[in-house]
Ligand binder design. Structure first.
Ligand code: PMP
Ligand code: GLU
Length: 396
């Protein structure tokens, strides 16, 4: 009865874990939630005011499929000033979250049996979205010594005549690594030479602790031929539930993305688009304050990890996650299919701390904690995980 396409995908582990935690909380069980990447900030007031104003003016009818002209004009200005990407409104399609922008982009590019290169560890929804469209995820093994970043060599060893695209997450969810300009140039040049499209997921771009971020599409004039940039408002303006993201591509691709979107959702919710417009117009300071807070939390978490000195981890340069290697505990935890899942279930059950198993990102030796959580929870949760781990290691 159910399509093979639907049968073939697994649910989102990040969303699943967070729903499970919320259910436990609803039953009055006190859980420290370090799982989902959901900012614990409110949407900036001037942004919501802009949305409320649009409702009071009854701006609630159907609008342009590619998104409000006013919002795309603000995005265009932002791209020019902050990303050094010079485009106009017709290059931009506003969608219902970055997730949707990624899906639209793959829909515009992928034919059945096309291969899409996915560096490991990857964000949980990339492979499933590609599979839904009949594409084939081709996973790229990377090395922790290089913060799990891909290189030209890795690409060279993994392409085939069916390679259509590469998806890259920069800054990375789950590692927080950021590619520097030279690393990006190497990847871009290789893909341009080999006719490989790049979906550059830059949703965490503003959360950059080391001032190291560069947009891939800004690197040279040819980049726009092959690069689709993905961004959104969930992380930069704490607007997760309002579901606004966007893609930036050449106009040819953008016209197809828009055509697809027109049939699927017409356009994203108008009031959310107005709130996003208000965020870009008036709320840059709010974004800066949130990023400063994430950096503080990153430093607190790294200090705890350093002081206990049990686990290896990637020190995040951006985004709001820490990817922690828990493989030391592997021989002490009973598991069937996945060690990291068993570990996460165990700590949720025994010490009431929720984190995401690395298997969600294709690496079973790791867990991911979120810095988007309450800072007191972050400290307590990390301390509890260390105590739990020391107990296990001490007993053995
Ligand atoms: N890309 C990455 C790397 C993410 O972590 C997320 C999760 N929010 C998304 C895309 C999707 O974001 P949105 O909420 O805008 O759909
Ligand atoms: N992207 C966030 C995360 O990785 C939110 C959950 C999701 O959209 O998968 O936790």
């Amino acid at each position: 009865m159910i399509s093979n396409r639907a049968l073939n995908i697994t649910p989102s582990i990040t969303i699943d874990i967070s729903s499970k935690i919320n259910e436990l909380k609803a039953n009055n069980i006190d859980i420290i939630n370090l799982s989902i990447g959901e900012p614990n900030f409110n949407v900036p007031k001037k942004a919501t005011d802009y949305g409320i104003k649009s409702l009071n003016e009854n701006r609630t009818t159907y609008d342009l499929v590619s998104g409000l002209k006013e919002l795309r004009t603000e995005i265009k200005k932002k791209l020019q000033i902050e990303n050094n990407i010079i485009v106009d409104e017709d290059n931009i399609v506003v969608s219902s979250g970055a997730k949707h922008a990624i899906t639209n982009s793959f829909m515009a590019l992928i034919n059945p049996n096309d291969e899409v290169l996915i560096p490991k560890p990857y964000w949980v929804s990339y492979p499933e979205t590609i599979k839904l469209l009949g594409g084939i995820p081709k996973f790229l093994e990377t090395f922790k010594e290089n913060s799990f970043k891909i290189t030209k060599e890795i690409l060279k060893n993994n392409i085939s005549e069916n390679t259509k695209a590469l998806i890259i997450c920069n800054p990375s969810n789950p590692t927080g690594a950021i590619y520097n300009k030279d690393e990006l140039k190497e990847i871009l040049d290789f893909c341009l030479e080999n006719n490989i499209y790049i979906i550059s997921d830059e949703i965490y771009e503003s959360i950059d602790f080391s001032n190291n971020f560069t947009s891939l599409a800004s690197l040279n004039d040819k980049a726009m031929d092959m690069v689709i940039t993905i961004n959104g408002f969930s992380k930069s303006f704490a607007m997760t539930g309002l579901r606004i993201g966007y893609s930036v591509s050449n106009k040819h691709i953008a016209s197809y993305i828009s055509k697809i979107q027109g049939h699927l959702v017409s356009h994203p919710s108008l009031v959310s688009q107005y709130i996003a417009t208000g965020a870009l117009k008036y709320c840059k300071e709010d974004n800066k304050n949130m990023v400063m807070e994430y950096k503080k939390r990153r430093d607190i978490a790294i200090k705890i990890l350093k002081d206990h000195n049990i686990f290896e981890y990637i020190k995040p340069e951006g985004a709001f996650y820490i990817f922690i290697n828990i493989s030391k505990l592997k021989k002490y935890i009973k598991y069937d299919d996945s060690f990291s899942k068993a570990f996460c279930n165990d700590i949720l059950d025994k010490i009431k701390v929720g984190v995401v198993p690395g298997i969600a990102f294709g690496n079973d030796d790791y867990i991911r904690i979120s810095l988007a959580s309450d800072p007191i929870d972050l400290e307590n949760g990390l301390e509890k995980i260390h105590k739990y781990s020391k107990d296990i290691l001490g007993k053995s």
